[in-house]
Design a protein around this ligand. Sequence first.
Ligand SMILES: [Zn+2]
Length: 101
Amino acid sequence: MVAEMKCVGYCRASSTLKSGWTYENPCRRFWGCGNYRKWVRGCKFFCWYDLPVNARSKVVIVGLRRMVADMEKERKKEKSLGILVLVVVFFVGFILRKIFS
Ligand SMILES: [Zn+2]
């Protein structure tokens, strides 16, 4: 599979294969010009690579992405809590050492 090609718009810049993550087009790949959103002489070249995502796939993909995002949030909370526990244990150990030395 070709992952990069020249833009077929006017600019001929490098164009890469990207994935859309909107609700309407989750995981649907497209070709987009590297100059697409530039202010000066922005190129409008855009072309879908994949066929449209069917309704059932949209629901499943969006649901799975939401689950992964929720799991990542939980993992970050757990990591923060772990660091907090380590700091408290270190601090209490430091205080106890001062008291009993
Ligand atoms: Zn272009």
